[in-house]
Design a protein around this ligand. Structure first.
Ligand SMILES: *Cc1c(COP(=O)(O)O)cnc(C)c1O
Length: 389
């Protein structure tokens, strides 16, 4: 099938780049680059009914993804995760229109698989041999999987207090693992040294343009799974923000393709009280978020004190008329267990955080009784086993 990837554009200064360049950030202003498609042509050629005979994984959206040649599309089973109607949980919280998108069923047990499948496939297509990533855990495992499949060398940098399964996974997948005494921002500094000294390609969140393209498939899937009517509210646990930004981009693309109308969900960003830079910036009405000092939370994917795409996350929340909310680690844990015992899903604490946010917003009346709400369980709880010690 034809591919519609046409160019890259800076999310801030709008400078344009061609698709065959190996690029990280904009060379003009240092901000993230976004992949742009020729949606005008695509809207003429691509009726959404083409999806009827596509495989049930992220590559069903290939014409609207950046990997041009089929032979570079790395596949381990990522995407098309189930969207469950959460009946028993709904009874418990007295809301009858609650859904859970269970991303824990992806390869490497988190939605990081989507972004890394795309970024590593593109790196493969562009002939890159060494890639590196700073990670709170899940991104490192996902990158290591796809790098192994492509025969690319993976260099991963994680905080040394990350639970052991995250480390074991990367080792088994053949990655070079470096543990850092610090947070993900310190891991970034260490990885940057390797990039500078050895010419590795940096696959950090939003520092290359393609992870977001993988994450945007969640937006396409929700539309498809809800019969092309988006929900009223999406609650998403935010770290670096690729999922939030990616889904918002997907909605925009689908409207331009004529696949959906202009109705959008209100996008809710949830973080932990121990690390809530986006929530603070949203409440204070600023364009960027300040660095969060002494970041700490059991939801390690949310332990991101500074996000390079902060302004894109904040724009998404505001444009969607959404909101941002911080929840306590205690509520995260209680809600993680509540999802578990009502729905039979073993969620990551980040998934539990979305229910904690729902409870607050529903009580406040910000979410109404009849509104459809999608909670994102972004990963499985298995690798966080020590939270139950
Ligand atoms: C990385 C991660 C997040 C945060 O995702 P972003 O798209 O970077 O905001 C949330 N949950 C889990 C389980 C993660 O691994």
């Amino acid at each position: 099938m034809k591919n519609y990837f046409s160019h890259l554009e800076c999310s801030n200064c709008k400078k344009i780049f061609n698709t065959n360049q190996i690029l990280n950030l904009c060379d003009e202003c240092g901000k993230p680059l976004l992949a742009i498609y020729d949606l005008e042509s695509a809207s003429k050629d691509l009726d959404k009914s083409y999806l009827l005979n596509q495989p049930e994984n992220i590559w069903r959206y290939s014409p609207l993804l950046p990997v041009k040649n089929n032979k570079f599309r790395l596949f381990l089973g990522e995407g098309f995760t189930p969207l469950f109607k959460a009946e028993r949980l709904g009874n418990e919280v007295n809301h009858s229109n609650l859904y859970i998108k269970d991303e824990g069923l992806n390869p490497s047990t988190s939605f990081k698989a989507r972004g890394l499948a795309m970024a590593v496939s593109r790196a493969f297509e562009l002939g890159i041999k060494d890639i590196s990533i700073p990670s709170a855990g899940n991104a490192a495992g996902a990158m290591s999987s796809y790098a192994a499949l492509a025969g690319i060398k993976a260099h991963v940098f994680m905080p040394k207090d990350v639970p052991t399964p995250f480390i074991a996974e990367c080792k088994a997948l053949g990655a070079e693992v470096t543990l850092i005494d610090g947070l993900i921002t310190d891991c970034s500094k260490a990885a940057a040294e390797g990039v500078k000294n050895f010419g590795w390609f940096d696959i950090s969140t939003l520092k290359e343009p393609y992870r977001i393209e993988g994450k945007k498939t969640m937006g396409y899937e929700i539309a498809e799974q809800m019969n092309w009517k988006l929900p009223d509210v999406i609650i998403y646990p935010t770290g670096g923000g690729t999922g939030m930004i990616g889904m918002w981009k997907a909605f925009d693309e689908m409207e331009k393709l004529g696949w959906i109308d202009s109705k959008r969900p209100r996008m809710v960003s949830v973080q932990s009280e121990g690390c809530a830079p986006i929530i603070k910036a949203f409440n204070e009405g600023t364009k960027h978020a300040e660095f969060w000092k002494n970041a700490s939370t059991i939801a390690s994917g949310l332990r991101v004190p500074a996000a390079i795409g902060d302004f894109l996350i904040l724009d998404t929340i505001r444009e969607s008329k959404g909101t941002a909310i911080a929840v306590s680690d205690k509520d995260i844990m209680d809600c993680t267990n509540l999802i578990g015992r009502t729905q039979g899903i073993f969620p990551a604490p980040e998934g539990g955080a979305t229910l904690a946010a729902f409870n607050i917003l529903y009580k406040k009346g910000w979410i109404k009784k009849d509104e459809s709400v999608v909670l994102f369980n972004t990963g499985s709880g298995h690798k966080y086993f020590n939270l139950w010690d």
